[in-house]
Write a protein that binds this ligand. Structure first.
Ligand code: KIV
Length: 307
């Protein structure tokens, strides 16, 4: 029997690691992912990052082998039904981070700092980042932007909180960018993004998300920085990839971006399952006798004779 790690419940088979209970069965334990381990993963097997916003989604992605779980501010669109990521605040982000962290995933949990939580003052920024750790149970935070955000990034790292950077098509800048457009397509803009990436790298971020940038630029940044890059709409040459949980599983509605590969249509599966239950209810086929609680016969007789 091979026990790889005997401190947590196995995320894949969901069994206890106690050998006396599981005999010869191999126990699929995974080591806890951390910020230094993510940083050290540069150039190795591709990093697997995905969003999750609650306990069920966190359990699914962790059992599937995620290295990093991002509690993204995409919470605003995909879970809370709002227009943009500008519409979610600190309390909501911390609330959902707590639900993800409560599952004790082996994956490393990153809390996504919402718009205005790191734009006002450095003190505010550190306090808000600290809330993701102390209240939310995350191991790090992500924030959008390049050199402009360096004072905030430095202060958060100084407070011993690992920071993930995010460059390119940064959705919190939707109005400043004039829409959701691929960034760095022309040489000057590409050079600016490369300089931003180098500055974040020097500041000590443990990884950098590259969103909505051309493949050649993402590849160049990946070669030039020591932190692993994690792409979304940034081509295949990044050190890892990230996707929104609901996009991958077909749980969103409306426009689907070019870089989304959908692996399931859970909207359809779930709608059919719910409709099937409604059908059984209306036909009187639910609940069956097996799905019903019963009293002992003497108690039934006594109850009915009293009536
Ligand atoms: O909020 C989010 O889901 C993100 C990813 C798209 C990187 O920031």
């Amino acid at each position: 029997m091979r026990v790889v790690e005997a401190t947590h419940m196995c995320r894949i088979c969901m069994k206890s690691p106690n050998p006396s209970w599981w005999g010869e069965r191999e126990i699929h334990m995974r080591d806890q992912m951390t910020a230094p381990k993510v940083r050290a993963a540069k150039g190795g097997p591709k990093l697997r990052m995905i969003t999750a916003y609650d306990a069920p989604s966190a359990r699914i992605v962790d059992a599937a082998g995620a290295d990093i779980i991002l509690v993204g501010d995409s919470l605003s669109n995909v879970v809370l039904g709002r227009e943009t990521t500008l519409d979610v605040g600190m309390d909501e982000m911390v609330h959902h981070t707590k639900a993800v962290a409560a599952t004790n995933p082996s994956a490393f949990v990153v809390g996504d700092m919402p718009w205005l939580s790191y734009h006002v003052t450095i003190e505010d920024t550190v306090r808000n980042a600290g809330r993701f750790i102390r209240e939310g149970g995350a191991g790090s935070v992500k924030l959008e932007g390049g050199r402009k955000r360096l004072p905030m990034i430095d202060a958060v790292i100084d407070a011993e909180i690992p920071v993930m950077g995010h460059l390119g098509l940064t959705p919190q800048s939707v109005h400043a960018m004039g829409g959701y457009q691929v960034q760095g397509k022309q040489v000057d803009a590409a050079r600016e993004l490369l300089d931003d990436a180098k500055a974040l790298d020097e500041a000590g971020v443990f990884s950098i998300v590259l969103e909505g940038v051309p493949d050649v630029l993402a590849e160049l940044i990946t070669k030039e920085v020591s932190a692993p890059t994690i792409g979304i709409g940034a081509g295949p040459k990044c050190d890892g990839q990230v996707i929104v949980f609901h996009d991958l599983l077909g749980l969103t509605s409306g426009h689907v971006a070019k870089f989304v590969r959908q692996y399931a249509d859970l909207n359809k599966v779930a709608t059919e399952a719910v409709a099937a239950w409604f059908g059984d209810v209306q036909k009187g086929d639910f609940p069956s006798d097996d799905e019903t609680y019963h009293m002992p016969e003497e108690a039934v007789r006594a109850l009915l004779s009293e009536g």
